[in-house]
Design a protein around this ligand. Sequence first.
Ligand SMILES: [Zn+2]
Length: 358
Amino acid sequence: MNDAIRICLKEDVKGRLTLRNRIYKEFKERYDAVSCFPYSVAEVAWSIVKKHRRWQRRPVARKLMLKMDSASYSLNYGIISLPFKKGGRLLVPLQYGDYQSSILMDETLKRGSVTMTNTTIFIAFSKEIEVASPLKRVGIDLNEKSLVESDGTKLDLSKAARLHTEYGIRRRDFFARHHEDWKVNQKFASSRREKERVRQFLHKVAKQIVQKAKKNREGIILEELRGIRYKSRRGNGDGPDRRRRIALWPFRQLQNYIEYRARWEGIPVEYVSASWTSRTCHVCGFVNEKLKITDREWLCPCGAILDRDLNAAINVERRGTIPCLGEVRPGAQGTDEAVKGNPTTPVILRAEALKGSP
Ligand SMILES: [Zn+2]
């Protein structure tokens, strides 16, 4: 892959197919590989080059990995069979649990590409989905402590923040004790376990939300959170602690999980503008410009007593239901296609062969 990336940058290759044609013969001979290898190498190398050109990411494939499209491998009785050197095949027995096996047994799912790393095998599945027309919609307000739905459901999210604090303190203590040992420090500085625990927690929350939406046939409306970190920047009224918490809080990640699970179930997801959702009274439309971040509740001149988060969630729901209240954007590649007489959209689910998957 790194050879392909180098060629791509040196010769200023402009497209994935050009790269594929450029390396096909050379790589087949150099690595004595079957035909599908240069193909998948070109695909992965091209995506790395693209990220490098767009986001200035380092143009290097750091991890050993292999990707194959669905036509190039087979999967039978829990054994993946991949083409290897000429004439031979590489057989890899899979280890998996009940959840993964339910995915593998499900005949309505279409199997896509496989990606192998040192420790893990990812298989992508897709499914044709009919997007259900919802009976009603719920708006969701995300704040650092909780997730509040416009129907009053409230989920506590403080665990995510607590995990970050807990690991932060642990790390600080550890550095204090081992400040000379650079090697040990580096190892411990990795926040993989912390991220994994937060990720699992967020998946659990997303699952709960989507299950409820499925049961009640609700559509889900989320806020566009673009700029939330910018709003909480230095010198904008937030203290260092709050800024730290906001920077760590994976709002967008949670939204992604909700969206992807919802799409898997055929539940429509839409995004609306997040501005002023907690400051606007959902009863009369009055905008309270003096509302402070610490005010949990406020009294509107119209007489309504408003809970900050619930009011925001209701406003989000309104903006999604009544389009003239603001711009509505359909989730990633979802509902707009459904309107054009194409009721099905494929969704990709990754079945990860990991313990504790959803
Ligand atoms: Zn009011």
